[in-house]
Design a protein around this ligand. Sequence first.
Ligand code: ADP
Length: 190
Amino acid sequence: MLNIILFGPPGAGKGTQAKKLLDQYQIKHLSTGDMLRAEKASGSELGQRVAAIMAAGDLVSDDIVNEIVHSQVNAHREANGFIFDGYPRTVAQAHKLEEILAGIGEKLAGLVLIVVPDQELIDRIVKRGQDSGRADDTAQVAQNRLQAYRDKTEAVANYFADKGMTHTVEGVGTIEEVFVRLRTAIDALN
Ligand code: ADP
């Protein structure tokens, strides 16, 4: 299996690149953001519980996302690997992910961090909000999401950097340019 964490602040382009990467490597894309939005859209009890947290740009509890990822990984043991997108977002989630993968006899190949300047991130998010209507894509909520990233999530990149597993990619450029940089970083993992 090829198991990669696609990492970066909100608006870095993780979702866009993940779609291209899963075509390239034929691995399963697990986006906690997409899965939580699907829960919300389904109107499930869980969806109702997380809706307000997501709308405010705060992090959903570790227990909830860990449970979602655990069940998805177990359900796709036959996959060639996974791209984790939007997860782990806390060091506790990082520990859990290592445990989940160990549970199926697997491990992470590495974490690829997409770096984009803050102002560009906010501009992209606001534009995406105008185009797609995603409720948390406003300038104010984006600031809060960026703050949550700095406060809790960035530490995950440091956690894996200490293990020599974090690889940084420049996220400004065309989608194709960033994609080539990501492929180069990922191919170097094997
Ligand atoms: P972004 O565009 O900021 O990367 P996502 O689509 O990954 O956003 O996630 C949207 C929202 O879903 C987050 O702001 C957060 O409320 C919630 N969320 C997604 N993944 C996680 C996670 N691993 N831990 C906690 N909350 C999460």
